[in-house]
Design a protein around this ligand. Structure first.
Ligand code: PA5
Length: 466
């Protein structure tokens, strides 16, 4: 199970100015946190409450459907292209980087056990898009289009472009076989297209928002198509759920994490740094940034009062960022709360060879495992941050496997929802994103959005003259 180490936010460790008196804080907020936890879970099945993601661990039927589809198309495709953006992409990107062997696309078919190479399209940059066609064999390509709304301009543009390319490569009558959609059960253009063209479609369930959807078909379908054991992902969620449902603050690490983030935000630590000590969790930091930013950056609270709230999430990766951002972290403004992620065990027992035994300043590294170096660097950074009186917590994972990866993401989702409760805002909407989407529609001439065109263009400033 995951562990949360909260010692380095206590006043005994980092001093009274920025530290918390944890026992008294836990006592003071215990019942409020218990209430927030119970409100969250009680509404998991309430329509329109957008908390259905809490139930995704129990969806055995979906696992069967996905496995059946995976078996049916087994061995037919060498390339899997996933088209989606935001919550429809970031969870998958994080998961495949974390759980598949690194350099997946450079591995031979045998090293990939016959599973395809994968590519995400989450941008509309024409230079990057067109380069994809240089490496894809479209006759052996499956395209998974993921959009809950079924209308997102970036995703739909990517779909239109790839569909045409497929049509030219395999003939229009064969295109449906190369497509699989993941979208709303009823609404949206993609659902309509799927019905009219007979394209296999999986659901983003009702009341599951994009950034909370990684354990629906959004993440599970491509995960299965790449050979990941999706049953274990869901088992991980089920195993940790009782801890995250506990109304006892001393037992619930998501509630503790949310409370610490909240109190730090209130006292001026407005930046929430997420720093995993694992190269394979770099994209998980991107996922966290989106989850935190889109859920908690809000203009209004639940009473519709203007609050302009939201901690700024910041990605950092150990050890890489020790030689980039850690100077700022240690000596810059004390405006950050750090979450370190530490793996107790790495899978490969790689040793540093002792090639220069006569050079003591180099040979000290010799015959030591890389794992020890990684965790020494993690502990050294935590210690230096703590020494500089900066609050930090550490999430420890026994290892990076499907069970613990799923638990990490699920824990962070629950923590985010509880942080929304503490800030008294709705973590499940994203009106600030919707407005930009509508302006894009207006600027691109989508019918029904003409009235927004002037507003959308009027906000663009003329560039200053040199
Ligand atoms: O988290 C969210 O809700 C957003 O990031 C969406 O996932 C993103 O805007 C893409 O939306 P859609 O899946 O409707 O294309």
């Amino acid at each position: 199970m995951l562990q949360l180490d909260t010692r380095n936010v206590s006043k005994e460790v980092i001093g009274k100015t920025h530290g918390l008196d944890l026992p008294s804080v836990f006592k003071q907020y215990g019942s409020h946190m218990g209430q927030l936890v119970s409100n969250l879970w009680q509404q998991k099945d309430t329509p329109q409450a957008w908390r259905k993601w809490l139930t995704l661990g129990e969806n055995e039927t979906l696992v069967q459907q996905i496995n059946a589809y995976g078996e049916r198309i087994k061995g037919q495709f060498e390339h899997l292209v996933i088209v989606g953006i935001g919550g429809s992409a970031l969870g998958g990107i994080a998961m495949f980087e974390a759980l598949l062997p690194s350099y997946w696309n450079d591995r031979s078919p045998a090293q990939r056990h016959g599973f395809p190479k994968y590519y995400f399209i989450d941008n509309v940059d024409p230079d990057k898009l067109s380069a994809l066609l240089d490496v894809l064999d479209l006759k052996k390509t499956l395209v998974n289009v993921i959009t809950k709304s079924g209308t997102t301009a970036e995703t739909m543009a990517g779909y239109l472009w790839l569909k045409q390319a497929l049509s030219e490569a395999v003939g229009p009558e064969n295109v449906p076989h190369h497509l699989v959609f993941t979208t709303d059960p009823e609404k949206g253009l993609l659902r309509q297209i799927a019905q009219e063209e007979g394209i296999v479609t999986f659901e983003v369930p009702e009341d599951v928002g994009g950034r909370f959807s990684v354990f629906s078909a959004v993440g599970l379908l491509p995960a299965r198509l790449l050979g990941l054991p999706i049953e274990l992902l869901l088992k991980g969620i089920r195993d940790i759920s009782p801890v995250l449902q506990s109304t006892d603050l001393t037992a619930n690490i998501a509630a503790q994490g949310a409370l610490i983030q909240y109190l730090m935000y209130q006292q001026g630590q407005h930046i929430s740094v997420f720093m995993p000590y694992s190269a394979k969790l770099a994209s998980t930091a991107d996922w966290y940034v989106q989850l935190w930013a889109e859920s908690l950056g809000k203009k209004y609270n639940n009473q519709h009062e203007v609050i302009h709230a939201g901690p700024t999430p910041l990605k950092a990766v150990g050890v890489t960022d020790q030689h980039s951002q850690v100077q700022l972290f240690n000596e810059g403004p004390i405006d950050k709360i750090f979450t370190f992620v530490r793996l107790e065990r790495f899978h490969h027992p790689l040793q540093i060879p002792n090639l220069y035994p006569n050079l003591p300043d180099l040979s000290y590294l010799g015959n030591q495992p890389f794992e020890k170096l990684m965790n020494a660097e993690c502990d050294a950074t935590r210690a230096s941050i703590t020494q500089n009186q900066r609050p930090n917590v550490t999430l420890s994972l026994p290892e990076l496997d499907p069970i613990h990866f799923a638990q990490l993401l699920f824990l962070l989702e629950v923590q985010t929802a509880l942080m929304g409760g503490l800030l008294d805002l709705d973590p499940f909407d994203q009106p600030g994103v919707e407005l930009g989407k509508k302006y894009t529609y207006a600027l691109m001439g989508r019918p029904g959005f003409e009235h927004l065109k002037a507003e959308a263009s009027g906000q663009m400033q003329e560039p200053a003259k040199a």
